[in-house]
Design a binder for this molecule. Structure first.
Ligand SMILES: [Zn+2]
Length: 239
């Protein structure tokens, strides 16, 4: 069962209509969903599914193969074939969108200023950590990176989402830098998130429309996680 991933083309979709295609031990699979499943460093959405048997609360969302499963609580399970209306808990999702875009701005700034690549990261709503190949961190780094990122956020750059054939994406210099070659050959079309003029990455996450929508960041801590691996912790705050 393949679930159509509505958030890939419309990150601002909050409510949607879908059909139940499978039910299994407290989880519901739909033919289409706007719920983001945990992946790519971005945690899952929460929200509700409303159907003929009542309202269910979505507490977890996972993608298994091509199917998105919604873990639910609060009522009798729907029947296969039932229509449901899904609604995303928008405060949480929008906070995650702001945070995810902030991390791409951070990657772009660090690459442009220091030529250093990201090695990993994780986020929760309005807080995140990201690891980079610094060895060691430059003098005054914490204050400098915070200032550079906040300048780019305030510049209100557009964030564009597009789709490229794999053969085109693997020739793109910016995408090569962000390791587009690691995407399996089986993927025919690659989704690209472009913070215009700053950072371009193959990415499956949800983002705000412009960098100004993020607000500001505050770097709360930097730590060494070993040779060539330095961790940056940040918070996202209102501008
Ligand atoms: Zn991302």
């Amino acid at each position: 069962m393949e679930t159509e991933l509505l958030y890939l083309r419309d990150a601002r979709l909050r409510t949607f209509e879908a059909t139940v295609v499978a039910v299994d031990d407290g989880r519901v699979a739909l033919d289409r969903t706007a719920f983001y499943p945990t992946g790519g460093g971005q945690p899952h959405d929460t929200g509700t599914l409303d159907g003929p048997r009542g309202l269910l609360t979505v507490t977890d969302v996972r993608k298994e193969g091509a199917t998105v499963w919604h873990a639910v609580e609060g009522g009798p399970m729907p029947e296969v074939g039932a229509p449901v209306t899904g609604e995303i808990e928008w405060a949480r999702r929008h906070a995650l969108m702001r945070t995810h875009t902030a991390l791409h701005v951070l990657c772009g700034v660090i690459w442009n200023e220091w030529g250093v690549a990201v090695t990993g990261g994780n986020m929760e709503p309005l807080a995140a950590r990201m690891d980079f190949e610094f060895d060691p961190l430059p003098e005054g780094f914490k204050e400098q990176v915070e200032e550079l990122v906040n300048v780019e956020l305030a510049a209100d750059r557009p964030v564009e989402v597009g789709f490229l054939p794999r053969s085109v994406a693997v020739e793109d210099e910016d995408l090569i830098r962000t390791k587009v070659n690691l995407i399996p050959d089986s993927v025919a079309e690659i989704r690209v998130v472009d913070i215009v003029g700053l950072d371009k990455q193959a990415d499956g996450g949800t983002h705000v429309a412009r960098t100004g929508e993020v607000g500001r960041i505050r770097v709360t801590k930097t730590e060494s996680k070993g040779k060539g691996n330095k961790r940056i912790r940040l918070e996202v705050v209102d501008a």
